[in-house]
Design a protein around this ligand. Sequence first.
Ligand SMILES: Cc1cc2nc3c(=O)[nH]c(=O)nc-3n(C[C@H](O)[C@H](O)[C@H](O)COP(=O)(O)OP(=O)(O)OC[C@H]3O[C@@H](n4cnc5c(N)ncnc54)[C@H](O)[C@@H]3O)c2cc1C
Length: 151
Amino acid sequence: MKDFQISPEKVRLDYFLQIVGRQRVREYSISSFQPGKSVDLTMAVTEYETKFERQITGVCSGYLKSIEQTYPVPCWLKKGTMDFTEKKPMIFVGPGTGVAAFRSAIQKYVGKTKLVLIFGCRSESDDYYYQEEWKSYGDNLKVITAFSREN
Ligand SMILES: Cc1cc2nc3c(=O)[nH]c(=O)nc-3n(C[C@H](O)[C@H](O)[C@H](O)COP(=O)(O)OP(=O)(O)OC[C@H]3O[C@@H](n4cnc5c(N)ncnc54)[C@H](O)[C@@H]3O)c2cc1C
């Protein structure tokens, strides 16, 4: 409606509710493996511009960015679909925030089996997540990187 400059008061509520639909659930992978009461998430804030040059921020990632760190957010856990085993070497391919679930697996299996992480992002200085952590694992983790917008 903003793109077409239609003011919300001019739209009947029943039409409006049909257009917007229900908010769907946003899923995030747990990116840590520390027994305890907290978990890490590795999240990108969705930001883009519409064809009408309006800046959009993702509903959930924008909301999480905007709130205080201690603000309670409703969430629940769902069992993941990936099956890991330390009996065999593992190769993880996780570009950008796609590395999230693999970080928790790396923390769990590092030193127990051979691990290779293939990671890609725009540039080493901007969005190469967890590079210091990967270095701290030494020879227990081989990391192969690809940077698409490096000067
Ligand atoms: C199993 C699973 C695990 C996930 N794990 C993670 C995770 O660990 N970390 C993480 O950051 N995300 C993860 N995601 C993605 C996450 O669930 C959300 O989809 C993401 O954060 C965006 O939600 P949002 O509400 O901020 O954006 P929304 O308001 O839902 O907006 C996203 C929508 O914006 C549109 N859009 C986005 N970019 C553009 C563009 N450049 N041009 C035009 N349109 C665009 C697309 O239609 C897209 O569907 C995961 C998703 C799944 C299914």
